[in-house]
Design a protein around this ligand. Structure first.
Ligand SMILES: [Zn+2]
Length: 376
């Protein structure tokens, strides 16, 4: 929450370091992306002459190196398509570019936190600026005070400044679980657990639809301001999705912790390939970020010491949790499961979550047996 004067200095600082980063990026590109120490030889003096302090100069060089490392890794992972794809050729044919308000890393020498006063003191192109107020939740403040470590990124988004701090939180010791909670993920019900919790997608999907309609309207306009509003809207949507995922994952992990149980989650690799959907649902699937929900459950479980296993989800929706009978026709429709073997009628997602719980339990037990040292 910088005041107007502080905000203008911070904005100018970000623009200066990112302009410098773009210049360093060009030098790196011309020299065939040399290593960090080599790049420093070519650029350090010039950066100092541009008014960057020693730390800021080094961070800028490192930022450029990291960006090229990330690009290389993305190319290797095939994220930019094949060798002859347009996207990949475009990425490889020119230097990496930084936006004027792109994130800049700060270490403790260039940025210090006064948690009690809720202020930071930060290096800028106009020297040190003190008493810049920040806001965060009470939980986040406790987390910062106890565990903040290493660098923080300063970034400007839609005219608002953010500090992204890194916290190194130790994992709690894992307890021996008394049974497992299975988690089934889906579109209509985002998450269903074998203990009866259900996060319905209805409200969320309605929100999505409204956003989609607004987006279509803006996309027609093709003006610069419409594009900017589109980007801001996309970020707002992503925040809404992340917030929802935080609430769902926290509810699930807290229940497991409270009841001393473990969590069993389906392995999410390839969910897009596995799930075949009609087109409108595909939109929902991508944006509802299942991978993120899975990640949130995993890290919250680790932090709380809740044992977690990932299981193969194959046939969990076609198998009867009561008798084990497997038949595609068991799942009558999206919500209804009627077993062709024993005739049991169940909620489809609830049935799947029970199967996932059972699988989790057996994966855990198999692992435990292999962990017990063999008797001589
Ligand atoms: Zn059955």
């Amino acid at each position: 929450m910088p005041d107007a004067v502080q905000a203008s200095v911070l904005g100018r600082t970000l623009r200066t370091v990112n302009e410098a980063a773009n210049w360093v990026s060009e030098v790196a590109f011309e020299h065939g992306v040399p290593r960090e120490y080599e790049l420093r030889k070519h650029t350090y003096a010039e950066l100092k002459a541009r008014g960057l302090g020693a730390q800021a100069a080094q961070h800028t060089i490192k930022k450029v190196c990291d960006a090229y490392t990330t690009l290389k890794a993305n190319i290797r992972a095939g994220n930019l398509g094949r060798e002859d794809s347009r996207r990949r050729r475009r990425a490889e044919s020119k230097p990496v570019v930084f936006r004027p308000e792109a994130a800049q890393p700060y270490d403790d020498r260039c940025l210090s936190w006064q948690y009690g006063q809720r202020t930071v003191s930060v290096w800028t192109v106009d020297g040190r600026v003190k008493n810049v107020p920040f806001v965060c939740s009470a939980d986040a403040l406790r987390m910062l005070q106890a565990y903040r470590q290493g660098e923080s990124d300063l970034v400007e988004r839609d005219g608002v400044f953010y500090l992204v701090a890194t916290c190194d939180v130790p994992e709690a010791e894992q307890y021996e679980p008394d049974g497992f909670i299975g988690i089934d993920l889906g579109i209509v019900n985002i998450a269903t657990t074998s203990t009866g919790y259900q996060a319905a997608g209805r409200g969320l999907n309605r929100y999505r639809k409204r956003q989609l309609a607004l987006r279509a309207k803006l996309q027609k306009k093709r003006t610069k301001s419409a594009r900017r509003r589109l980007k801001a809207r996309a970020r707002k949507e992503a925040r809404h999705a992340a917030n929802t995922n935080h609430i769902i994952s926290k509810t699930i992990v807290t229940e497991a912790e409270r009841t001393g149980r473990g969590l069993s989650l389906e392995e999410l690799k390839g969910i897009r390939n596995r799930v075949r959907l009609r087109k409108p649902q595909r939109v929902a699937l991508h944006s509802w970020a299942f991978a993120q929900l899975g990640d949130f459950v995993v890290y919250k479980a680790k932090r709380a010491g809740v044992p977690l296993v990932l299981v193969d989800p194959a046939y969990t929706s076609q198998t009867c949790a009561e008798c084990g009978h497997v038949d595609k026709r068991n799942r009558v429709d999206q919500g209804l499961f009627i077993c062709r073997g024993c005739g049991v009628v169940a909620h489809a997602d609830r049935n799947a979550s029970h199967n996932i719980a059972t699988r989790g339990e057996s994966v855990w037990n198999a692992g435990r047996e292999s962990r017990v040292p063999a008797t001589p």
